[in-house]
Design a protein around this ligand. Structure first.
Ligand SMILES: *Cc1c(COP(=O)(O)O)cnc(C)c1O
Length: 384
């Protein structure tokens, strides 16, 4: 193992998830594979080529830097869409490479048209509508000016998409707000159509909307968390999978595992404190093992005296505080444990599994947050 821990990506799991996803949305609906946040911590350079091999045809990123990395991975062969930040000085690159991007304000549109004109190319844009998330997007009142501008500059614009994003489709608590957003999107789409403006693809759905509100799928869905094998929320899983299958068999498989090795084993006498401060007192003589992974590697400090990992097929507790570069385990229950033994921080070992969601329960982190905090410096490896 290079480094103090290693992340493995399971090809079989990803294939399983793609089958589920493609089966769900059907052939008429394109899936854009969302790889922002370093592919939700899976690592763009490892994940993107694997996804492509398994049939991915479209990728989405948050910013231009990520888009550049994806572009390098696919060597320009597949469309890439920037959903968030694209600076003016990155526009020329994006337009030249045929990168698609969200446009959510007039100033960006004007700049894009200028650059496209200079290059003698078309800017491939997705118009983002403000429908109620209140983050980015064109307001209804701005449509008249937008339409006039689009018509005037149609020679510099390829309208790849019309889109919006829902404010929390993973929770039924937001049901009404999301329905209103859908209505607002449809109204904007119809108004634009009446004015002769139609996009190649209408797209609004993230993973949760795709699962819970099939009408939001339209021509394309933007899928992040689901493809990696995680449900957007516990609620999404309970309301969509459980009613059909009370056996509780999850149709998704987790792609990521995170592993390290024991770096030292020793015994601590009853009555001694373990690690920094006084957060853990040995009640009996105990056997401890040190693992070279800490909060500096993405193992949250809030897992101090809370976390669980797998060693020799058994679940063992993290004791004391999580340090910057290491954690301490209580391995007293294991008969023979040695320096060099595999430690599973996330994933399976034998019949046991440590799930990302169990982390979330202990540490108050969302799936999304824990994954994207996994440092890009940890070596990624593809396994079957
Ligand atoms: C992150 C993101 C998605 C994907 O969300 P998931 O819940 O991971 O599927 C889709 N659309 C936009 C605009 C996003 O920012």
């Amino acid at each position: 193992m290079e480094g103090t821990s290693c992340i493995e990506l399971s090809q079989d799991a990803l294939k399983n998830n793609f089958n589920y996803l493609y089966g769900l949305v059907g052939d008429a609906c394109r899936v854009s594979h969302v790889v922002k946040g370093n592919a939700y911590g899976h690592g763009i350079e490892s994940f993107v080529p694997l996804a492509r091999k398994l049939g991915a045809k479209h990728f989405s990123t948050f910013d231009a830097r990520e888009a550049e990395r994806v572009h390098t991975c696919v060597q320009g062969a597949l469309p890439i869409m920037i959903m968030g930040l694209l600076e003016n000085d990155q526009l020329a690159w994006a337009i030249e490479k045929g990168i698609e991007f969200f446009v959510f304000e007039m100033s960006r549109l004007k700049k894009a048209v200028q650059v496209a004109e200079k290059q003698g190319r078309k800017a491939k844009i997705h118009l983002e509508m403000e429908t109620g998330m209140n983050r980015t997007g064109f307001e209804r009142e701005a449509l008249r000016e937008l339409v006039a501008y689009l018509k005037k500059h149609h020679a510099q614009i390829e309208l790849k998409g019309l889109c919006t994003h829902y404010a929390g489709a993973e929770s039924i608590a937001n049901f009404l707000r999301v329905e209103e957003q859908y209505g607002a999107f449809e109204a904007a789409r119809k108004e634009l159509k009446k004015q002769g403006i139609e996009a190649e693809k209408n797209h609004t759905a993230c993973s949760a909307a795709t699962i819970r509100l099939p009408k939001t799928r339209m021509d394309m869905v933007r899928i992040g968390i689901l493809q990696y094998g995680f449900w957007p929320s516990r609620e999404t899983y309970i309301t969509t999978v459980l009613p059909k299958d009370l056996k509780n068999e999850d149709p998704l498989k987790r792609v990521i595992s995170w592993k390290s090795r024991i770096m030292s084993v020793k015994t601590v006498q009853q009555g001694k404190y373990i690690g920094y401060g006084t957060s853990y007192l040995a009640n009996t003589d105990i056997k401890i093992a040190t693992v070279p992974v800490g909060y500096g590697h993405g193992f949250s400090r809030s897992l101090s005296n809370q976390g669980r990992v797998l060693v020799r097929g058994k679940r063992v507790p993290v004791i004391g505080t999580v340090n910057m570069n290491s954690i301490t385990l209580d391995v007293s229950d294991l008969d023979n444990v040695e320096k060099g033994d595999e430690v599973v921080l996330i994933g399976k070992q034998g019949d046991m599994e440590i799930t990302v969601s169990s982390f979330s329960e202990f540490s108050d982190q969302l799936n999304y947050e824990l994954l994207t905090r996994l440092p890009s410096g940890i070596k990624r490896k593809i396994v079957d």
